[in-house]
Design a protein around this ligand. Structure first.
Ligand SMILES: C[S@@+](CC[C@H](N)C(=O)[O-])C[C@H]1O[C@@H](n2cnc3c(N)ncnc32)[C@H](O)[C@@H]1O
Length: 315
């Protein structure tokens, strides 16, 4: 049986995005189409939505599920949101009322035994959102040296036992390549077992899997490029809503919004502004929004979600 993806913080997303009938919206991460569906319902009868996903399987699934109901109001593109500027322009979404980013991966991807995203589902260690581009995770594990693997696990996973795990990977691959999610999860569990005295909520391989996925998909660079493009595309009064799931993503979102609220990028030692940049965003969420205990109970994958939203100023 196929698992569904429950949209996270759905009510909060809708109240921050405030999509009106007739408006133009972008969902930069369509996934299972849960948020897309709600946005299209709220913009009934003539609002239109451009939905992107790097994963062709997500686009095909949402097309099959939502096209019969929404017809031409839904425009779907398999694209990375780092290319949002050109994708939106080519699709006729040059000036929009709202853009949503719901980062990370969907329950469909996590459960797909052919993709290697989850240590529980297993499967070949690929982890690419777009399986037609880039380098699979197994190839990184086969080619990076100890120092490079250590840096990767530290930087993108904030993994305290990064060095030990990197050395074990390089030792293990002398005998045979590490090509499946089960093998990698087992290896991490052996060399960095959880401390039995500390009750941990997460599997010992969680950080390593997160780090590999971020590296394989160059997620943090894509996020910076996607956010910049999204603000350029927003009309005055248009809304930007971002759901992130770990501190590395959230830090980028927070700093991005702060910089756009400030406008001027001149060094503080300059007596007057020479860059001429005006503030382009007004913050809507202070503090940021997180799921209620009831939502986390119903959908444990929501537990690390954080929502930040901002409105485009008439700059
Ligand atoms: C958490 S899911 C979105 C779930 C969706 N909001 C829903 O309600 O079903 C994240 C999706 O973003 C996609 N994704 C992640 N990074 C991307 C990127 N840089 N460009 C395009 N899609 C991306 C993933 O393939 C995944 O399908």
């Amino acid at each position: 049986m196929e698992v569904g993806h429950i949209p996270v913080l759905a009510e909060e997303v809708m109240s921050m995005l405030a999509p009106a009938p007739g408006s133009l919206q972008i969902d930069a991460t369509v996934g299972g189409g849960g948020h897309t569906e709600r946005i299209l319902e709220a913009t009934d009868p003539d609002g239109r939505l451009l939905g992107l996903d790097a994963d062709g399987a997500a686009i095909a699934r949402v097309d099959g599920r939502l096209r019969p109901r929404f017809g031409d109001r839904l425009v779907l593109r398999q694209a990375n949101f780092r290319d949002l500027a050109t994708t939106a322009r080519d699709a006729g979404f040059e000036s929009v009322d709202g853009t949503l980013f719901d980062l990370g991966l969907s329950s469909y991807q996590l459960a797909d035994t052919g993709r290697g995203f989850g240590f529980r589902a297993g499967g070949p260690l690929d982890m690419r959102f777009d399986t037609g581009r880039g380098v699979p995770a197994a190839e990184l594990l086969a080619t990076l040296d100890v120092a490079e693997l250590t840096a990767l696990f530290r930087r993108y996973g904030e993994e305290p036992k990064a060095g030990r795990i990197a050395r074990a990977i390089v030792d293990a691959r002398r005998t045979a390549p590490i090509s499946s999610a089960e093998e990698l999860a087992g290896l991490v569990e052996r060399v960095a077992p959880p401390n039995p005295r500390i009750r941990r909520r997460i599997h010992p391989a969680t950080r390593v899997f997160q780090a590999l996925r971020i590296a394989v998909n160059e997620e943090l660079d894509a996020l910076e490029a996607g956010l910049a493009a999204a603000v350029d595309l927003l009309r005055p009064g248009g809304r930007l809503v971002v759901l992130s799931y770990h501190s590395l993503e959230d830090r980028i979102v927070k700093r991005f919004i702060a910089a756009e609220r400030r406008g001027c990028t001149c060094p503080p030692e300059l007596p007057v502004c020479v860059c001429g940049r005006n503030p382009r965003l007004r913050l809507l969420t202070r503090p940021s929004l997180t799921p209620s205990p009831a939502e986390i109970d119903a959908n444990p994958r929501a537990r690390s979600a954080r929502l930040r939203a901002a409105e485009r100023l008439a700059a």
